[in-house]
Design a protein around this ligand. Structure first.
Ligand code: ATP
Length: 446
């Protein structure tokens, strides 16, 4: 079984992530997240907030609406431009993204009369047409064009149309940023590679507004800053790279874009994009809404439309990169174990409390009191089912970095054993020192 399949299997069996609505046959491109998946996503989001928002003074938070009127997307250009090239097989009716098809992403393609054939059944393909990726619905009881609304395809537009509010709320000067974490929706032609390309996902986006003249310098700053963040998360430098877009690849609003890519099993692919979106969005929203979204520059006494630098990434895509990066198999005592070697600050469960198998009431009581105390400060679980070896394996498979075992010696001298997931090394520590020990191992300054 290849690594990706193994991860898909563990994710489902252990409750990280699994197909949505499976009992009804599932829905392609949609996933549900279990307890461990939610904990991991929360850690990712917390680490992004710490790095992008909380360690700085010039970034503010927002949570804007997921559904918006058509006007927003006329102004942003999404209604006209947010589309992918689509072809359909005339024989098996499978649809493909033509650019991905030509790159060989669906396997080797045969060409007949200068035209590619369907990689599945060798049928003829239709001419390419543009397919808009936005989900449309209606707000209210009447389904007419006046009630037409869209699920947002990116969180960014809610930041742009609220720009004026932030100038008022914060009384801040350029440069400053507005950050948002939230769901986005894209009706992808072919969702694939597990949670890499899905139709509903969470984005973490920053729109950092600058004076036009300073935008290049801030673009470089954010590329460097974001790249460093991936290294701090523990990615091996060999698996992370920056890729600059050539002119042809740039989105209609961008003058420069660099992707941070991960070496996925199918090749290098985007995890985060950092774009210079210029003044395109604010200008267009000003024009379409007739609201003045300019900024008054006190030094030059002139109105300007700020430029914006946007680092944007998907939580699920990063989660998949993390699962791939830290998954390992090794052998302990002649037994193969599946193990996620997450850095402790990323682990969904940080510590497991495992009492020695015993029916001695005082041992159970002691174990539970240690567990509930630790649970106040750490993401902890209690497990008394099965042999200690089996319990360690279960924790290894979900990436728990520390297991605490409580035995009869604990009752005598108030010490417990801490077992390290990666080395399996065990040391005895005084109960009253355990929280400091864990804190020091788990905390990260990001
Ligand atoms: P791609 O070329 O892979 O479709 P994109 O360039 O359209 O991505 P952006 O619009 O730059 O993506 O979105 C910013 C980030 O949002 C991406 O780097 C990715 O992490 C995430 N993202 C975008 N589309 C999806 C999707 N369909 N599923 C999961 N994450 C996504």
């Amino acid at each position: 079984m290849n690594k990706l399949d193994k991860i898909i299997q563990i994710s489902k069996n252990r409750g990280f992530v699994f197909p949505a609505a499976e009992i009804y046959g599932g829905l392609k491109g949609f996933y549900d997240f279990g307890h461990l998946g939610v904990l991991l996503k929360n850690k990712i989001k917390k680490l992004w907030l710490q790095s992008v928002v909380f360690k700085r003074d010039d970034i503010f938070l927002i949570e804007s609406s997921l559904i918006g009127p058509k006007k927003i997307y006329e102004a942003s250009g999404h209604l006209n431009n947010f589309q992918d090239p689509l072809v359909e097989c005339k024989q098996c009716h499978q649809r493909f993204r033509n650019d991905h098809l030509l790159k060989g992403e669906y396997g080797k393609i045969e060409i007949k009369n200068n035209k590619p054939l369907c990689p599945l059944c060798k049928g003829q393909l239709t001419e390419e047409k543009q397919f808009n990726l936005m989900f449309k619905t209606f707000a209210g009881p009447v389904e007419n064009s006046a009630a037409e609304v869209y699920l947002r395809p990116e969180t960014a537009q809610g930041i742009f149309y609220n720009f004026k509010h932030y100038l008022n709320f914060t009384r801040t000067k350029l440069p400053f940023g507005i950050a948002q974490i939230g769901k986005s929706f894209r009706n992808e032609i072919t969702p694939k590679n597990f949670i890499f390309r899905v139709r509903e996902f969470e984005q973490m986006e920053l729109e950092f507004f600058t004076k036009p003249k300073e935008s290049k310098q801030w673009f470089n700053f954010w590329v460097a800053e974001r790249y460093k963040w991936f290294l701090k998360l523990g990615f091996n430098q060999k698996n992370i790279r920056q890729r600059k877009y050539n002119k042809k690849e740039l989105a209609h609003y961008s003058t420069a874009t660099i992707d941070i890519e991960y070496k996925f099993p199918w090749g290098w692919d985007e995890v985060e994009g950092i774009a210079n979106r210029t003044d395109y969005d604010l200008k267009n929203h000003s024009q379409y809404s007739q609201e003045d979204l300019s900024y008054f520059d006190q030094t030059t006494k002139k109105k300007i439309i700020p430029y914006v630098i946007e680092p944007s990434l998907g939580v699920e895509r990063l989660m998949l990169a993390i699962l791939l990066e830290f998954y390992n198999e090794d052998t302990v005592k002649e037994e193969t174990r599946n193990i996620f070697k997450f850095p402790p600050f990323l682990a969904p469960i940080e510590v497991a409390v495992l009492p020695l198998l015993s029916n001695k009431q005082n041992l159970i009581k002691k174990s539970q009191s240690i567990y509930y105390d630790i649970k106040q400060n750490f993401q902890a679980v209690y497990d008394e089912n099965g042999s200690i070896g089996k319990r360690y394996r279960r924790q290894d498979e979900i990436g728990t970095p520390f297991c605490l075992t409580i035995d009869f010696q604990t009752l005598k001298d108030d010490t417990i054993t801490v077992r390290d997931r990666d080395t399996t090394y065990q040391e005895r520590i005084k109960i009253n020192e355990i929280k400091d020990y864990l804190k020091q191992k788990i905390e990260i300054n990001i």
